[in-house]
Design a protein around this ligand. Sequence first.
Ligand code: FAD
Length: 517
Amino acid sequence: CIPDRTNLCSNRILAAIPPDHHVDSSDNTLLSLETLSLGGYLSFHDNYHAAKDFGNTYHFLPLAVLHPKSVSDISSTIKYIFEMGSGSDLTVAARGHAHSLQGQAQAHQGIVINMESLEEPEMQVYTGELPYADVSGGHLWIDILHETLRHGLAPKSWTDYLYLTVGGTLSYAGISGQAFKHGPQIDNVYQLEVVTGKGEVVTCSENQNADLFHGVLGGLGQFGIITRARISLEPAPKMVKWIRVLYSDFSLFSKDQEYLLSSQNSFDYIEGFVMINRTGLLNNWRSSFNPKDPHQASQFSSDGRTLYCLEIAKYFYQGDHTDIINQTERLLSELSYIPSTLFLSEVSYVEFLDRVHVSEKKLRAKGLWEVPHPWLNLFVPKSKIIKFNEEVFGNILTDATSGPILIYPVNTSKWSNKTSLVTPDEDIIYLVAFLSSAVPSSTGKDGLQHILNRNQKILDYCATNPLGIKQYLPHYSTREEWKAHFGPKWQAFLQRKSAYDPLAILAPGQRIFKKAK
Ligand code: FAD
């Protein structure tokens, strides 16, 4: 039935793949769905793609896929299901670019809305003192980048990878190396248009329907489908000085990262990653980075040590090169990295932002992109990061991993706490992302089950030594776990659900609420 069924190699994985559903003339629900007057269309067959996502382990076949042309197609479909009341168990999942990890954009025997086919609004860029772009919830960030650059502008806050939709990242947060300065993407939105779980089309912002606005941002798709977003823009840099330096001492690495968060004229982007037992890595970098001192760099040997790479970038605008170079050199002189490991590169702004796409193309060429991705993303409070590092990188993860491990701090004191996003209760928190790929049929260390077990060990360690950690892109299976995840925000989350999606029609793949029948 489904082409990649063989990927489902673990009992732990929910494999709800019903046989292909054919529309039965006695099925009144489907027949009446077909009578909906739509500019776009509903497809009832060959919807296997809608049972697939980047995680590549959860596969739920929908009953139908809606390819909307307009917001009214989305609103009338949801209104229709809402009006059927509890007589129907149909649910609706917006599907952005389906880069979810555990079926969050899928709807078992429900309706999946293919957001990328939404044709309105056409992207519009407004220049002026507070520039912004009006975009559709189904637009990809890469397209927004190219369109805004035509006006010399660009969004302020990004994700590391740009082939994700606006609605998809705003349902979580949208975090990258600019978030310490500008907040995540959800803090850089002026206004949204949302179709609620009742089918109502509502415009919302800080000043208009603010409860819905805050609820939807980071709201895991629970309160409405984002059909339009007004994204704040800034003048776009032309070039980027992109720098990597290495540390073998975690406390020096994290001290420098935190120092840079609050420095004057600091970098525009701050991230970092962990390298476990990666020999030859510096050679790989040579294609895009040049060592500042090639002779010293050639003497450097990692000796199988765990190393920490600080990755920083400084943006260049027209005519300010000397100042920027001086600021960069001053900041670098204040850091404690291993001197022979300073690597530099200068690239265009687009090349810098679209850097993960280069890796995607290489992995696709080797058939290594569409494999299972058992990712784990955590927010760790600053006060616990040293302990976390000792246990996780000292004891649990001692072998090289297939896939990067990101680790960088952000200053959440500047982030809005009104959104649905949940973070640990400290001003500085670290994003730690274990971005593993599994070899499909392997039962060894690079296999799915081994990586899932290792992720679980990390989660168990966090739970038994309460570190106040929160999952980013959270994934839980019980109501109790969700309640604990949201903590003090749980009551507001429940209230918003009953106000905007009382029948629990939306985003069933998050497995927070179940539609009552
Ligand atoms: P989908 O997977 O299609 O949907 C995700 C969820 O949002 C689902 O529940 C879906 O129903 C809901 N949804 C989708 N569209 C809408 C809408 N219009 N309105 C309401 N709900 C909607 N995240 C970061 O923060 N920073 C990163 O640097 C980062 N890098 C990534 C790199 C890769 C290679 C991948 C695969 C993911 C990365 N992510 C990152 C995670 C990413 O932000 C989320 O997975 C995001 O949801 C992907 O967007 P999407 O369009 O694929 O969403």
